[in-house]
Design a protein around this ligand. Sequence first.
Ligand code: DGY
Length: 324
Amino acid sequence: MQPNVVLYRNIPDDLLALLEQHCRVTFFDGINADNRAAFTQALAEAEGVIGVGVKFTDELLAAAPRLKAASTISVGYDDFDVAALTARHIALMHTPGVLTETTADTIFTLVLCIARRITELADNVKKGQWQASIGPDWYGSNVHGKTIGILGMGRIGYAVARRARLGFNMNVLYYNRSAKPEAELTLHARRCALDELLAEADFVCNVLPLTPETRHIINHETLAKMKPSAFLVNGGRGASVDEAALIDALKSGVIKGAGLDVFEKEPLPVTSELLSLPNVIALPHIGSATHETRYEMSKLAVLNLLAALKGDVSKNCVNPTAFR
Ligand code: DGY
């Protein structure tokens, strides 16, 4: 008999057809207050789940006693209580690799736009405020030749470092649990302590995964160690940054500006003070959001789920030892 699968995010038609060739699919176009109860009910029969944007707590997993595999359409898996999944012998699959370059493009876009004040200046032009050549009040800061400090030198960190070094002749510092010889050899990246990175970098760029250790790694204390001329760019997870501390730092000139793709609460509440600060660029979590890359992520997530449901967790599994 085909396994029951709950799909909780829209995926392209051909991928849905592929999933339906092998599974009986119950589809939810995102989960909200209206369909939450039906979703939980569908979980009771599910052997597989696939989607993104739902928190899978131990409590929710208790509603899914037959679950064998969860496949997230993302590389980050902080929505999942991995210990709880592992204890229940549920494999957690994710999509590393396919989104690396696109996400690095987004992060480097933020570096360029916040440094050169692109969104502010483009808005001025649209508002008809380009009456004369701009003066120093509107000048930006150079990117090329500066120092970028990357928090997290995994695949995405490396792809950002490559853009910085080879494209913009930047000096690359990185903070990471382990040394990354390839980055050191090919990009002259230098691993250093967090304090040193914060003190030296003109751009502090966070791409760390969210864990108890990295939650609020950027806070009052660490922001105070940055240069007043420096920018923070966050393309990792919102909760790595204490947003209240960041707002204080941006308002009081502790740092110069911030380019943010991720937030503590998403969607970012319209009441957030971040939105009223001119030295902030806020994007709606679009790191991987291109047609091509989102397709590849959905495809990989479908293939991951089908493999896991057949007992193959040799690739893209967060907790392969959980499976039995
Ligand atoms: C990821 O894949 O983790 C992106 O941030 C989208 O959630």
